[in-house]
Design a binder for this molecule. Structure first.
Ligand code: UDP
Length: 375
């Protein structure tokens, strides 16, 4: 009997886990491939990694690359060295990388140079801002991946513009929304008052911030802290603080300035806890990629504190609006003055993206004519 081909599902940081989870669940029992989860170690804290395995019902990773935290170069290089050793030992038929973090490009590059096929899930997104480390990861990963699974037509157009052959592209939809739909019953069971340690306000804003452009410079972060206090004077704010942001707040001596009766400061929340709060939020202020999508799917107005978004569909069809430090309070007031609209319907945000990925993967494995991981 032939052994089904081995497929690595590679994840390393918080926004990756909700992208591999639906695919793991779609593949774990199929007879035609053998999926294994590879954790790069980019995020290793319990509240940035372990809780997501629990909440998304993932098994413990089959392999851990233990990439070292530090600079982009340290992380990328240590992930590459460890993944190179794993690939030489296991010879996977195909490596699936997701999103746009450093271990995405590190593992894609490593696999490709060993002659292992690479598929990129959530391909084609572009902010057109090359000062974002994630944009560099997206462009480089897409340029070498054999198979590009895109979430939306804008992503297909970006790839076409970059000269990617149409046969390498398959539009599969938004896989993060699969995770959100799968987790609905358990999200509904969360006790939000326990999560925030007090009664849930009837109306509240959620804030998430972690992009280097917002949190790495003292002056910029100081202005954002002032804006959050202005917002808290209009609506209670719940702010689960990303570890990077917390480090900056402490280093810049800004942590105390955030202490305000209208602001609930929390450590990063688990996926179920965070999504339970997002469901009930009146408005979100964020610079996260994933949160722009989740809020759009749920019909919660979202203000994105960035000059660009790699997810323009959240602006054109969803609830998202780009804003600046100077305009965010005004934008917030205009949102609060209007009744909530319904949740918009966005094509292929339907909970079936993982099924489409699995079909495309199956075709690709046949195409590669792989019957054994040792081929
Ligand atoms: N998230 C979470 N807990 C939090 C904040 C965010 O579970 O306290 C989830 C959120 O639902 C989304 C993902 O983390 O699915 C987004 O991750 P992040 O903002 O770190 O990365 P980005 O999407 O910007 O790459």
């Amino acid at each position: 009997m032939t052994v089904p081909p081995l497929v690595h599902l590679i994840a390393g940081a918080r926004p990756n886990f909700m992208k591999i989870a639906p695919l793991w669940h779609a593949l774990r029992d199929v007879p035609w491939c053998r999926p294994e989860i590879v954790h790069s170690g980019q995020h290793s804290d319990v509240n940035m990694s372990d809780w997501f395995f629990r909440d998304l019902e993932l098994p413990a990773p089959h392999h851990h690359l233990n990439a070292q935290a530090g600079s982009h170069a340290t992380l990328t290089a240590t992930a590459m060295i460890a993944y190179d050793a794993l690939c030489r030992q296991e010879r996977p038929a195909l490596a699936v990388v997701v999103g746009d973090v450093d271990s995405t490009i590190a593992c894609a590059l490593t696999a490709k140079k060993l002659g292992i096929a690479v598929a990129h899930l959530e391909a084609g997104l572009r902010s057109f801002d090359r000062s974002m480390p994630e944009e560099i990861n997206r462009i480089l990963t897409d340029s070498i991946a054999d198979l590009l699974w895109t979430p939306s037509s804008d992503a297909d157009q970006n790839l076409a513009r970059e000269g990617v052959a149409p046969k390498r592209i398959a539009r599969v939809g938004n896989i993060m929304i699969d995770s959100l739909i799968m987790a609905q019953p358990r999200i509904r069971a969360v006790d939000e008052a326990r999560v925030i340690g007090r009664a849930l306000p009837e109306k509240f804003a959620i804030v998430t911030l972690h992009r280097p452009s917002n949190v790495d410079h003292r002056e910029r972060l100081g202005r954002i802290v002032q804006v959050l206090i202005d917002i808290a004077q209009r609506i209670p704010v719940i702010f689960p603080i990303h570890p990077r942001t917390r480090r900056s707040l402490v280093a810049f001596g800004l942590a105390k300035s955030l202490e305000h009766p209208g602001i609930v400061l929390l450590d990063p929340l688990s996926y179920l806890e965070f999504m339970a709060l997002v469901h009930k939020a009146r408005v979100i202020v964020t610079d996260s990629g994933g949160v722009q999508e989740e809020s759009s799917y749920l019909g919660v107005p979202c203000l994105t504190l960035r000059e660009s978004t790699e997810r323009p569909i959240t602006v054109t069809l969803g609830t998202n609006r780009l804003t600046r430090v100077e305009t965010v309070v005004e934008d917030l007031e205009s949102i609060l003055a209007k009744p909530l609209g319904g949740a918009p319907a966005i094509p292929l945000w339907d909970g079936c993206a993982a099924e489409r990925v699995a079909e495309s993967l199956k075709r690709q494995l046949v195409l590669l004519q792989i019957s054994s991981p040792l081929n």
